[in-house]
Design a protein around this ligand. Structure first.
Ligand SMILES: O=C(O)COP(=O)(O)O
Ligand SMILES: [Mg+2]
Length: 240
C-alpha cells in the first residue's frame, strides 16, 4: 500500500519513516520551515561583534550583549534602529549605520556563531523523512544563505528565504504562506520550528503548526509562555 508521502515510497508503507512520525507529530507533517537565528545557529556573538564595529566606526558607545539578545529576531532594520535609539543617536544616522552593518556583517558572518547542540541530529532526522524543507528567517537572504553554507547546513534545505524576500516579515503570516506555496505544501500540515513569539505569531496567523525551541532568543521572555503545539529543548526531540 502506498504510504501517502512518497511515490514510490523508499520503504514499505509500514516501515516508512514519514508514516511513523505521525505518532510523534500531530498534525502529521508534509513539510518543514525552520527559523535560523536562535533556532539552528547561535548568532548572538556575530550580531554583537558586527554592531560594536558599527558603533566604533560611528564613534558611538558599545552595545551590551543582553540588549542585542532581547532585540534580535525582527530583522536587521529593527535591530539597527533599536541600537541607535539605545545609544541616544538620531535615526537620521540609520543609513550610515546600515551601510556599515552590511559591510561588517559580510566579513564576520558566522565567525562568532555556533550550530546549537542537537541541530545536526535533528536536521538529519527531518531530512530522512524525505519531506520538503525550507529555512525561513528574518535575516537578509544573502547573509542567511552564506551562514548556512559556512556552517555546513545548506544541503538540508530545498529553499532558503530571508527577511528581504517578501514584502513583510515574520510575525506577519505572509513569509510562511509564500514558503508553503514554494514547497507545494498546505499550511495546516507545514510545521514551523522557531525560537520566538515572532515565529509563533506568524505560524498561528498562517494556520501552521508551530514547535518552539527553548534555547533561543525570545526577546528575554520564557518560551513556554508563548502558545505553541510543541516545546523542544533540542531540535532532535521533535521526532521523539
Ligand atoms: O532578526 C534577524 O535578523 C533574524 O531573526 P530570525 O532568524 O530569528 O528570523
Ligand atoms: Mg529566531
Amino acid at each position: 500500500m502506498p504510504c501517502g508521502y512518497h511515490r514510490p515510497c523508499p520503504a514499505s508503507a509500514r516501515d516508512c519513516l514519514s508514516v511513523n512520525t505521525t505518532s510523534a507529530l500531530a498534525p502529521a507533517p508534509t513539510a518543514f520551515m525552520l527559523d535560523l537565528d536562535g533556532t539552528l545557529v547561535d548568532t548572538l556573538g556575530d550580531f554583537v561583534a558586527v554592531l560594536n564595529r558599527v558603533m566604533a566606526d560611528m564613534a558611538l558607545p558599545e552595545v551590551s550583549r543582553a540588549f542585542v539578545e532581547h532585540t534580535i529576531g525582527q530583522g536587521s532594520e529593527h535591530l539597527i534602529r533599536s541600537v541607535l535609539a539605545e545609544a541616544g543617536a538620531p535615526q537620521q544616522r540609520y543609513e550610515e549605520a546600515w551601510t556599515l552593518y552590511q559591510r561588517h556583517y559580510e566579513v564576520l558572518n558566522g565567525e562568532h556563531a555556533d550550530v546549537f547542540p542537537g541541530v545536526i541530529e535533528g536536521l538529519d532526522a527531518l531530512k530522512a523523512l524525505g519531506l520538503p524543507m525550507a529555512c525561513l528567517t528574518n535575516k537578509p537572504a544573502a547573509f542567511a544563505r552564506e551562514l548556512l553554507r559556512r556552517k555546513g547546513l545548506a544541503h538540508y534545505f530545498d529553499r532558503v528565504f530571508g527577511g528581504d524576500d517578501f514584502e513583510r516579515k515574520k510575525p506577519d503570516p505572509m513569509p510562511l504562506l509564500k514558503t508553503c506555496e514554494a514547497l507545494g505544501s498546505m499550511p495546516a500540515t507545514t510545521w514551523m520550528i522557531g525560537d520566538s513569539s515572532n515565529d509563533a505569531r506568524a505560524a498561528h496567523a498562517a494556520g501552521c503548526p508551530i514547535a518552539l525551541v527553548s534555547y533561543g532568543y525570545n526577546h528575554g521572555e520564557p518560551i513556554r509562555g508563548v502558545p505553541a503545539d510543541r516545546y523542544l529543548d533540542r531540535l532532535d526531540e521533535l521526532l521523539g
